[in-house]
Design a protein around this ligand. Sequence first.
Ligand code: SF4
Length: 62
Amino acid sequence: MKLSIDRERCEGYGLCAESAPELMHLDDEGELVLDHDEVPPSAGPAAESAVRVCPVAALKVG
Ligand code: SF4
């Protein structure tokens, strides 16, 4: 499973990072950083919940 971000859409709200802190974080400038291109199987549910909480649908798993 891969996680990707649409930077044009992302507004830096950080809800995804709160939902899946093991997969992503906001940097000092409020830009979202994905910590893994390939989501470890154990973090699949966290990745899906991060996708769900994003208010602008900027995250995708596939
Ligand atoms: S919740 Fe969506 S808009 Fe907010 S930082 Fe995450 S990807 Fe970006």
